[in-house]
Design a binder for this molecule. Structure first.
Ligand SMILES: [Cu+2]
Length: 68
């Protein structure tokens, strides 16, 4: 397992946090996701072979900008 921290811009409220969590959770290999509005970042616990590009793509599709 590995831990990935990613800054996410564009989140303004609790709904955004839920949207980002849902977007990340859709990616296969994600075990746990914790998104912080105040820090503007999401912390992901995932399997070793996780595809980070898929995570970024899903966050973008949800309307936010991932920076890593
Ligand atoms: Cu929001």
């Amino acid at each position: 397992m590995k831990k990935i921290k990613m800054n996410v811009t564009g989140m303004t409220c609790g709904h955004c946090v839920v949207s980002v969590n849902n977007a990340v959770n859709k990616v296969r290999g994600v075990i746990e996701v914790d998104t912080s509005l105040s820090k503007g970042e999401t912390t992901i616990l995932a399997l070793e072979d996780i595809n980070i590009e898929d995570i970024k793509k899903n966050i973008e599709n949800a309307g936010y900008t991932p920076l890593i």
